[in-house]
Design a protein around this ligand. Structure first.
Ligand SMILES: NC(=O)C1=CN([C@@H]2O[C@H](COP(=O)(O)OP(=O)(O)OC[C@H]3O[C@@H](n4cnc5c(N)ncnc54)[C@H](O)[C@@H]3O)[C@@H](O)[C@H]2O)C=CC1
Ligand SMILES: O=C(O)C1=N[C@H](C(=O)O)C[C@H](O)C1
Length: 252
């Protein structure tokens, strides 16, 4: 039995994860943390300031965090200090925040950290890498679209796409949106759309002369992210204390 707690428990992802954990026969939902008041499928949700006492009392094996970057850093610190394994899906971290997380986790607790927990996106990233290897001399434009409430831009998934392109093609300049006179060189264009209830769309366009190749992924329900995060929670318990990718969880 894997005991699971959720931070960001009352959010879009937190409630979806809570439902899946609650229904999993091999998992026990022990409660959640949020800055808002409520309950999670009959379990207690405590205020963010009470996370340390909550972890000491409930003793979860794993904390799943889908909050906001600044909150996630504090939640990671608290979990690591209490020997609780981590699944971190929160996006929008600065390089400095990433370093704080790395320092808190490495050598202390196992943690799966991914900007996207869907199986499809993890395969999509592999396809983007493969396309970049073959099509490095094409013009490349990355586009992402999300719902009107998303706080960070570009999305974490888009940033991971850019990291993959950098690894394969060297660090090309990025052009974030195009306005006015923008003569194209070999920069990578990055475009962000926000509106309505779009769950999460990502595409990478490779444009050549007389042809274009587009690799894309569209999410229709955020349950795909939640299912991946819960799968990772079942996988991470008892692992060596370091940061893992979702690709390692999936064996990709
Ligand atoms: N890696 C992945 O597969 C995915 C990542 N995300 C990321 O997850 C994060 C959350 O997304 P949503 O659930 O859509 O947002 P949301 O705004 O619906 O939920 C965030 C929740 O965190 C709570 N919160 C804020 N500060 C907190 C704190 N200090 N401690 C505990 N809870 C706190 C909020 O009150 C809210 O209930 C975002 O960074 C988003 O980009 C979202 C979907 C998939
Ligand atoms: O905020 C979201 O909703 C999502 N965030 C993640 C990201 O920033 O890439 C993953 C997914 O696209 C949904």
């Amino acid at each position: 039995m894997v005991k699971v707690a959720v931070s960001g428990a009352l959010g879009r992802m937190g409630t979806t994860i809570g439902r899946i954990v609650n229904e999993a026969p091999d998992m026990e939902l022990v409660g959640g943390i949020d800055i808002r008041e409520g309950t999670l499928f009959g379990t207690e949700v405590v205020p963010a300031a009470g996370i340390d006492a909550f972890l000491k009392e409930k003793k979860p094996d794993v904390l799943i965090d889908f909050t906001v970057a600044a909150a996630a850093v504090e939640n990671v610190r608290a979990a690591a200090a209490n020997n609780v394994a981590l699944i971190v899906g929160t996006t929008g971290f600065s390089p400095e925040q990433r370093e704080v997380i790395r320092g808190a986790v490495e050598g202390h607790v196992p943690a799966v950290i991914s900007s996207n927990f869907s199986v499809g996106v993890n395969i999509f990233w592999k396809l983007v890498r493969e396309a970049a290897r073959e099509l490095g001399d094409y013009d490349i434009e990355v586009t992402e679209a999300h719902h009107r409430y998303k706080k960070d831009a570009p999305s974490g998934t888009a940033k991971t796409i850019l990291e993959i392109l950098d690894q394969e093609l060297g660090g090309r300049e990025k052009a974030y949106g195009r306005v006015g006179e923008t003569e194209r060189k070999n920069e990578i264009g990055v475009h962000v759309v926000r509106g309505g209830d779009i769950v999460g769309d990502h595409s990478v366009l490779f444009a050549g002369n007389f042809e274009c190749i587009e690799v894309s992924h569209r999410a229709y329900d955020r349950a795909i992210f939640a299912q991946g995060a819960v799968r990772a929670a079942g996988w991470v318990k008892g692992r060596e204390p370091r940061i893992y990718s979702m690709q390692e969880v999936l064996g990709l």
